[in-house]
Design a protein around this ligand. Structure first.
Ligand SMILES: Nc1ncnc2c1ncn2[C@@H]1O[C@H](COP(=O)(O)OP(=O)(O)OP(=O)(O)O)[C@@H](O)[C@H]1O
Ligand SMILES: [Mg+2]
Length: 361
């Protein structure tokens, strides 16, 4: 087996390229056809989103020959449509992101991008509003995962950017765990930004998606025993490169990089072996860990982790149920799914069965 990576082997993450914004590996192959509604609101949401992308008159059709321009004649056969927004609001694991990535896949336009809300805000910040509008606001479809207004800064940035995109005839589909009018509550003085939040909310038709957490249909994941983690680290031929690190090392790494760059770090890794998880005392570190798990999840990087106590104890009760409660609970849902993917003792490993007598944990 090749030598595992340590934190020191990771290269600095490369900057985000606006031409390369597409659904992450976990959602690269999803489609409306593979979405199996578990609740009437899910059937309705699937039909609405499907209709939204199939009924639109896309101008930059994929593979279409460039139209010949005649003076005074619209080159794409039909006039541009008005901008429009759809907002999928619902609990964890009801398949909102599955539907979002399906919309991206089904839209017959080359002028489409898929991005997380966090990445979008960060990119606009780095590029500046004018360049962001020039490069992105003329898109025909922008899919934004996890719309979450955290502070007045991102509220104003996103409001201005989306207004430009919609004005230019762009379509936006987004997902969130929070209905639009409740965005920002408890995180900043949202009442001072009521006008901006309402103007954002007015841009979208809201589809409420209810139902059970699809991730919890099968087994719930838990921390591994330390011996089991050590055994898997030494023997499991999981997708590489494999990164081996301890809990404190992880937080040193996470504190040194902006959370939107965690994806750039984790693209270098196939499976993470993490030893010694324990309750996180500070809200800031907890939010870093939430972003880390989000990226592991989206990029389909494997996680094998040993730790103490029940998963829910990872986040301290002092902040777990506060303004970021939804983020923390969503993280626990994803973490549980990731940990459940670890092979159980006696289960066949990627290359053959575990040798008899050596199964630990
Ligand atoms: N109805 C469904 N049919 C098929 N697969 C589903 C369905 N709902 C969810 N899934 C799958 O379950 C997993 C979780 O779904 P997804 O990430 O889309 O949920 P979500 O609503 O975006 O959750 P979160 O709020 O945590 O972001 C994904 O792998 C997704 O493909
Ligand atoms: Mg999601």
């Amino acid at each position: 087996m090749t030598r595992p990576l340590t934190v020191a082997d990771l290269a600095p993450p490369s900057p985000i390229d606006t031409r390369d914004l597409r659904p992450p590996p976990r959602f690269a192959e999803v489609a409306f056809e593979t979405y199996h509604p578990q609740h009437p609101s899910q059937s309705e949401a699937r039909e609405k989103v499907r209709e939204f992308v199939l009924a639109r008159r896309w101008r930059h059709r994929r593979g279409a020959a460039p139209a010949r321009r005649r003076p005074g004649w619209w080159p794409f056969g039909a006039p541009a449509e008005a901008g429009a927004g759809l907002y999928l609001d619902g609990g964890f694991g009801v398949g909102k992101t599955h539907l979002l990535a399906s919309a991206y896949a089904a839209a017959d336009t080359a002028a489409k991008r898929y991005v997380s809300f966090q990445e979008l805000v960060y990119m606009i910040g780095v590029m500046g509003m004018e360049r962001a509008k020039a490069e992105l606001a003329n898109l025909e479809l922008l899919c934004i995962d996890e719309f979450e207004l955290d502070d007045p800064g991102n509220t104003l940035i996103v409001k201005t950017f989306l207004a430009a995109l919609l004005e230019g005839g762009g379509a936006v589909v987004t997902t969130s765990n929070t209905p639009p009018e409740a965005q920002g509550q408890g995180r900043f003085n949202a009442d001072d930004f009521r006008r901006e939040i309402q103007s954002l909310a007015a841009s979208f038709e809201v589809l409420r998606v209810d139902g059970p957490d699809y991730r919890h249909r099968s087994s719930l994941g838990a921390w591994l025993a330390p011996e089991r983690l050590a055994w898997l680290t030494a023997h499991e031929r999981a997708p590489g490169p494999r990164l081996v690190l301890g809990w404190d090392e992880l937080f040193e790494l996470l504190r040194g990089v902006h959370p939107t760059r965690y994806g750039g770090l984790l693209k270098q890794v196939g499976t993470v072996y993490l030893a010694g998880a324990r309750p996180i005392r500070s809200q800031n570190d907890a939010l870093r860990f939430v972003h880390f798990v989000d990226k592991l999840y989206d990029l389909q990087v494997g996680l094998r982790a040993s730790g103490e106590g029940a998963l829910i104890e990872l986040f301290d009760a002092s902040y777990r149920e506060g303004a970021y409660a939804k983020k923390h609970h969503r993280c626990l849902s994803r973490l549980s799914e990731l940990l459940a993917e670890a092979p159980e003792a006696g289960e066949p490993l990627a290359e053959g069965r575990e040798p008899a007598g050596q199964v630990v944990g």
